[in-house]
Design a protein around this ligand. Structure first.
Ligand code: TXA
Ligand code: MG
Length: 395
């Protein structure tokens, strides 16, 4: 007898009925995958420890990796009567507690919120005691974001509470940018997926920590370019802390941004990140010591290579690929046919997933080299590096 196939999540349409059903489930303490403009999130009641535990369990996420609370209310961008003082709104809702903050520091946080909410900015601020420790992994600060996706906003408002929502993937795996991705990651473990179409941005929010002295630190590059944030602040951001490879090893970086492990967003197959685009690599690759682990994998896995190109003429590159690797790729795609970072970000996770599901047994990617310093390219290259954490080739 074959075992019955496991029950998958019900997919809800993003209409009033679907949103109300999802909101009801959330109010009852259940989990719902929701669309956002960055990636799909696995949402649960943000102030209920029991719902938070379910999120960690469904994702198999270690509890040292804190969650983002998602909020929504009408903003001045939505209507003339929108909330003009989002910082006070967060205080009024007992989510943050800014003890000892000068007017100057408050103003800076306020400026960022007014400029970038709703949107892919997550701000880490001192938490109100009402926020459960499980949401923040015991840290004194809480991460907050108002997404821009209309379905996410409608859901948060219908649920009537902040929603904790990490990306809706199993821990360490590729983030989902479509409802089908969530179904294959978590469909057997959750009841509902609210389908809001493909995510428009494609990489997660930019995470910024702000302190009482007005200091602002980039914790995770993401959907909003650091340069745009710096322009609004009027000064540079502090650099991200350096990250542990696995687990909260007690490094200062681990304590500041516990979830930002070096290995993340990873395909199941061995995934190698090249040190430069193919055009800039020497011809005799297989003879170079840094490439030995890659060529060894290629030999061991029967030479079925999948290739993710960063170059606009990615297909033309396949002949270059054959030259450098001595074989054709069995699956090859380029991140952005037009070469722009926006399209590349949008396509990144679904192409990684596609390669992971292809007949390739080893994956190779070119690095992303455009808009890299403080633009969206920074987030793309950051994700490629973390996805290949144990297999980065450096010359
Ligand atoms: O775009 C996004 O941010 C998506 C969508 C669903 O909103 N969410 C997302 O959540 O990427 P997640 O859980 O995959 O990543 C959240 C990261 C954590 O891993 C951690 O690095 C940082 O945000 N974070 C959360 N709370 C924090 C805190 N209290 N202090 C420092 N970093 C925090
Ligand atoms: Mg994630």
């Amino acid at each position: 007898m074959t075992p019955a196939s496991p029950k998958l999540a019900a997919v809800l349409s993003p209409n009033r009925e679907g949103i109300e059903k999802a909101a009801q489930a959330l109010r009852a303490g259940e989990l719902v995958a929701m669309p956002t403009e960055t990636v799909y999130g696995l949402a649960g009641a943000g102030l209920e420890a029991s719902a938070l535990s379910k999120i960690f369990a469904a994702k198999e996420r270690p509890t040292f990796d804190p969650l983002i609370l998602h909020v929504s209310w009408p903003t001045p961008k939505d209507s003339a009567s929108g909330v003009t003082d989002p910082l006070t709104e967060l205080e009024r809702r007992d989510l943050i507690h800014l003890e000892g903050w000068s007017d100057h520091s408050r103003e800076k946080a306020q400026k960022l919120l007014l400029e970038f909410w709703p949107g892919p900015l997550t701000l880490v601020l001192p938490k109100h005691p009402r926020v459960p420790d499980l949401a923040t992994s015991g840290l004194p600060q809480v991460a907050l974001r108002m997404p821009r996706h209309p379905v996410a906003r409608a859901l948060i408002e219908a649920a009537g509470m902040p929603l904790a929502a990490p990306s809706a993937n199993r821990f360490g795996r590729i983030s989902p940018t479509r409802a089908e991705h969530v179904q294959s990651e978590l469909g057997e473990r959750i009841g509902w997926i609210l389908d809001g179409g493909p995510s428009e941005v494609g990489v997660e929010s930019t995470v910024i920590r702000m302190g009482a002295q007005g200091e602002a630190q980039l914790l995770r590059p993401g959907g909003i370019a650091a340069a745009d944030i710096e322009r609004v602040l009027g000064h540079p951001l502090l650099a991200p802390p350096s990250m542990p490879v696995a687990g909260p090893s007690g490094s200062p970086g681990a304590q500041l941004a516990p979830g930002l492990l070096e290995s993340h967003y990873a395909p199941r197959k061995p995934f190698f990140l090249l040190p430069s685009p193919l055009t800039a690599l020497p011809e005799n690759l297989s003879l170079l010591p840094p490439f030995q682990p890659l060529f060894q994998q290629i030999r061991e896995h029967g030479a079925r290579v999948g290739f993710l190109s960063s170059s606009p003429e990615g297909n033309a590159h396949s002949s270059l690929f054959s030259l450098r690797f001595g074989r054709d790729a069995v699956a090859a795609e380029t991140l952005s046919p037009a070469g722009d970072a926006q399209t590349a970000a949008q396509r990144l996770f679904s192409l990684l997933r596609w390669l992971d599901e292809s007949t390739a047994t080893v994956l190779v990617a070119e690095p992303w080299t455009r808009e890299i310093h403080s633009g969206l390219g920074h987030a793309i290259q950051d994700r490629l590096k973390r996805a290949s954490a144990r297999n980065q080739i450096t010359l």
